[in-house]
Ligand binder design. Structure first.
Ligand SMILES: *[C@@H]1O[C@H](CO)[C@@H](O)[C@H](O)[C@H]1NC(C)=O
Ligand SMILES: *[C@@H]1O[C@H](CO)[C@@H](O)[C@H](O)[C@H]1NC(C)=O
Ligand SMILES: [Zn+2]
Length: 389
């Protein structure tokens, strides 16, 4: 039997429509969202599950760190820090911190798309922005989703920002002070970074802030213009290394007076391909360096060649716990456990519990068929007394 050409054409059209629909479904997946946290409604944290005695821990644990400095270097691929060709050669101070200092090093894997704005969102919300965000990347609207910055501001933390103005667009009313640099002139890799560093001497001496965020664009610009094998990369890494040293030294000397540890985070938003760009899914674009530095951590010899692989989204939960804030509702990340290793066991369990409750809530809201086993339902039978610690 022969099909008429009309039937054949109709079949083609149907298959095409189905194909496009399937493609769009995969390309713009339904986002994972937690319904309850959309209007930043402060709901009480899950109390500690009681084991025998009544639980007295019904509030969030206090912050682990007094000040947090996030130094984000755009396009900081993992081997720019951990590799022998780059990091070991051009970032001596960072190498020293990784190998001998009180720090934890990770290779943080970014998800697609490896473009700046979705990556900033992923780090601050812990969720996975889709490709739709690339379209929005052009005129980044303010971030309304639950995130660490909004939580920190709500908790009265004073946040200062210098660097890529994308942050100022995402968080228009969150910073007590800011200076945005523009990434419009890709050929400029000096002034964009000088405009950030020029504030450091003054701001590091001041005691009137809790969170300082720096976003350096120069490295990424060098990548776009002359690729990762350009000698300019080495110069830039050396410059970044000395900035890191300046911040670390200052945080340490301040700790001596207050005795409360600070946290310094060195991270990248995405990597850099061998051609110097980013956006796609090669290993070079996905893998970024992530180093947490604090005198709260135990000083033990690290191996610069073998940092642990984690997800970039783990940063949100880790920062939230470090700052004593609720973990953002849509976060799919898990606490980077080495951060709390030095704390008493009960506290460690408390942190893991808070993270687990948040994740299981997100799972329940997004997977209708998911039901919790009775033993893993801490919120249900924790009646908790009103006291806290
Ligand atoms: C750096 O700061 C100067 C003075 O504030 C400003 O004119 C310039 O546009 C800034 N450069 C960049 C790349 O943002
Ligand atoms: C809870 O009670 C125990 C024993 O009474 C006490 O050791 C602990 O410090 C209390 N914890 C908090 C968080 O108050
Ligand atoms: Zn970037």
């Amino acid at each position: 039997m022969r099909l008429g050409s009309g039937t054949f054409a109709a079949c083609c059209v149907v298959i095409q429509v189905l194909g496009v629909a399937l493609f769009l479904r995969g390309f713009f997946p339904a986002p994972i969202r937690s319904s309850s946290r959309t209007e930043h409604q402060a709901e009480p944290p899950a109390p500690e599950p009681s084991a025998g005695d009544r639980s007295n821990w019904t509030k969030l644990p206090p912050p682990l760190f007094r000040k947090v400095v996030i130094m984000l270097i755009d396009g900081l691929r993992d081997d720019f820090v951990f590799g022998c060709v780059w990091g070991v050669k051009f970032m001596p101070y960072t190498t020293y911190l990784v190998e001998k200092g009180a720090s934890h090093s990770f290779v943080a894997e970014a998800k697609l798309p490896t473009v700046t704005m979705p990556r900033i969102k992923a780090m601050m919300t812990g969720s996975l922005p889709g490709f739709i965000d690339v379209v929005r990347n052009l005129n980044s609207p303010a971030l309304v989703e639950d995130n660490v910055i909004t939580q920190a501001k709500a908790a009265g933390k004073r946040i200062i920002f210098y660097g890529d103005e994308t942050w100022v667009k995402l968080f228009p009313k969150h910073f007590v002070e800011y200076d945005g640099t523009t990434s419009f002139f890709v050929s400029d890799y000096t002034e964009v970074d000088n405009n950030v560093t020029r504030h450091l001497d003054k701001v590091l001496k001041r005691g009137d802030w809790d969170v300082l965020i720096l976003h350096y664009l120069g490295l990424d610009h060098i990548g776009h213009v002359s690729g990762p094998s350009s000698p300019l990369i080495g110069h830039k890494l050396r410059e970044m290394d000395s900035v890191l040293m300046k911040i670390h030294t200052s945080l340490l000397s301040e700790e001596r007076d207050t005795l409360v540890p600070n946290l310094l985070v060195l991270c990248g938003d995405h990597g850099m391909s061998e051609a110097g760009g980013h956006g796609a899914s090669s290993m070079e674009e996905l893998n970024t360096a992530l180093i947490l530095i604090s005198s709260a951590f135990e000083r033990k010899p690290g191996d610069i060649r073998r940092p642990k692989h984690v997800q970039q989204t783990d940063l949100a939960a880790t920062l939230a716990i470090g700052l004593g804030l609720p973990i953002p509702g849509n976060s799919v990340g898990s606490l980077l456990f080495p951060t709390v290793e030095g704390r008493p066991v009960r506290e460690q369990l408390r942190f893991l519990h808070l993270n687990a409750v948040q994740l299981s809530k997100l799972l329940q809201e997004n997977v209708p068929s998911y039901t919790k086993g009775s033993s893993a339902a801490p919120t249900q039978h924790a009646t908790g007394s009103e006291q806290q610690g």
